[in-house]
Design a protein around this ligand. Structure first.
Ligand SMILES: Cc1ncc(COP(=O)(O)O)c(C=O)c1O
Length: 484
């Protein structure tokens, strides 16, 4: 458990521990029924006297947040956590399958009555909280200019300089601070690209399946998804060529590393071929490189941005949601230079500039020069977690399902055997409080039946024992769906 205690603070350690648990419990991060670490374990982990932890637990019990269960330990009381903002209703998802992805990523993890087996976020225990806390320390002071002014719409210059170095680390040395635009995550970068490069009614090539949020954004902008099957090597290039020959698409959106939901990372040959076909037809590629810093292969292929020598057709997007957490809402994009001014102007009209405080915190964090070590450590840990969770899925679901090994990303893509539609299975598992994302969320609406053969899970969250118990509920739902 990563509790950061500020030993220089006038706030007593006991009160800091109470505040930590109160926040986690009321946010629903620690759900009802969860067992807290024993007094001794926690005391030795956070290097405090056991009596300090004992007193903190007693105070939490006084606030009705936890309860002792006759010598079995201390547990979070049921019924805490945020009020459910929306009911999970797969009938709504049936009418609009992309909505349920919103449940998965935004709503289900915050609910204490539902355990989501599909949280595409970094494992909390791997986040560099101490360094982030250090980076945040000196922010609140009157001399910090970042607090008092509107910011540069392109992004804080000091941050852009550090990001340019990070981009160089991914094999692109030609990008300087002035070539980058800081965004509120990849999502904003994607929105800018699609709205500036396409007009209502245009076709956009996407991998099939693909990230549901991208599909819902296409719908929102009145654009038409042109799904291209994803092979184990990446997008089917011949199909891309066929669509472009018929002039039926104005842009290509691709997730080349750790594709969501399948975990496929395309080879350098496939990336080069995609660039060739896009160049031949003069069509831009929007590269969603959100998992680029966290690839799990031994040899990571260069990004499309690195392969686009002339910096002419690739619009590359990435961010820190997967390495530092989605709460940052911070990303950056590198468009071809001739487009940069238009992007900055449009971004300025959207939000003037990305949250300055968060940009400042990221800049301070990168200045510590420990991001690289953090990424190396997390990649190693994620490989182990991936392998362990794949083993668990195989053990618990047996021949009812087949799970693919992801080369990146956080998703486990599960193919269902036996013909029971994923949405039916999830409807049943929800009755026992367990959620997984039905595959339909990753296919355009007219192809959602294809998605019914798949489920998406995550290997980063929830923790291993909860993941296992959730899988058992899923297995039960599969059995009961098959028997019905
Ligand atoms: C493929 C893909 N792109 C982008 C994102 C989100 O990016 P951001 O949080 O930077 O907006 C996700 C998150 O799940 C994702 O899977």
């Amino acid at each position: 458990m990563n509790i950061f205690l500020d030993r220089t603070s006038p706030v007593a350690l006991r009160d800091q521990i109470v505040a930590y648990f109160e926040t986690q419990i009321s946010l629903g991060v620690f759900p009802g029924g969860m067992r807290l670490p024993s007094v001794r374990t926690l005391a030795s982990q956070i290097r405090v006297n056991p009596s300090t932890v004992r007193e903190a637990y007693a105070e939490l019990a006084c606030h009705d947040m936890v309860e002792g269960q006759g010598g079995r330990g201390t547990f979070v009381r049921m019924g805490h956590g945020p009020a459910a903002p929306l009911a999970i209703d797969l009938d709504v998802a049936r009418e609009d399958p992309h909505r349920s992805i919103v449940y998965t990523t935004m709503v289900a993890p915050g609910r204490t009555d539902i355990m989501s087996l599909d949280q595409q976020v970094p494992a909390p225990h791997l986040l560099p909280f101490v360094d982030l806390d250090l980076a945040t320390r000196h922010i609140w002071n009157p001399n910090n200019q970042a607090l008092h002014h509107f910011g540069d719409p392109q992004g804080l210059f000091a941050l852009r300089e550090r990001l340019a170095r990070l981009v160089a680390w991914r094999g692109v040395t030609r990008v300087r601070a002035d070539d980058l635009l800081v965004t509120s995550g990849v999502v904003q970068g994607l929105f800018l690209c699609l709205s500036l490069l396409c007009r209502k009614g245009d076709g956009v090539i996407v991998e099939s399946p693909t990230w549901g949020v991208a599909l819902s954004m296409l719908d929102h902008l009145g654009l038409v998804a042109r799904p291209v099957p994803l092979t184990p090597e990446g997008m089917d290039i011949d199909e891309v060529d066929r669509i472009l020959k018929r002039r039926r698409a104005r842009a290509i959106v691709t997730v080349p590393c750790g594709h969501n939901p399948t975990g496929v990372s395309s080879s350098v040959e496939q990336r080069t071929a995609l660039l060739d076909v896009a160049r031949r037809h003069g069509v831009p590629i929007i590269e969603d490189d959100i998992y680029g810093l966290l690839g799990l292969s031994e040899e990571e292929a260069p990004s499309l941005l690195a392969l686009d020598d002339e910096r002419a057709i690739v619009f590359s997007l990435t961010g820190v949601s997967k390495s530092l957490g989605p709460a940052f809402r911070l990303g950056w994009m590198v468009p071809p230079p001739r487009f940069l001014d238009r992007f900055i102007a449009t971004k300025q009209n959207l939000d003037l500039h990305t949250n300055h405080i968060v940009q400042y915190i990221l800049e301070r964090y990168l200045a510590l020069d420990r991001f690289d070590a953090h990424l190396r450590r997390t990649r190693g840990a994620y490989k182990e977690m991936r392998d362990a969770r794949i083993g668990a899925v195989r053990d618990v679901l047996g021949d009812r399902a087949e799970v693919y090994e992801p080369a990146g990303g956080f998703a486990l893509w599960v193919r269902l055997n036996g013909g029971m539609p994923a949405r039916e299975i999830v409807s049943r598992s929800l009755r026992d409080g367990v959620y997984a994302t039905p595959g339909a969320c990753f296919f355009p609406v007219d192809k959602e039946e294809e998605g019914d053969r798949f489920l998406r899970l995550s290997f980063t969250l929830p923790e291993e024992d909860r993941f296992l118990s959730g899988l058992r509920v899923l297995a039960k739902a599969m059995r009961s769906a098959a028997a019905a």
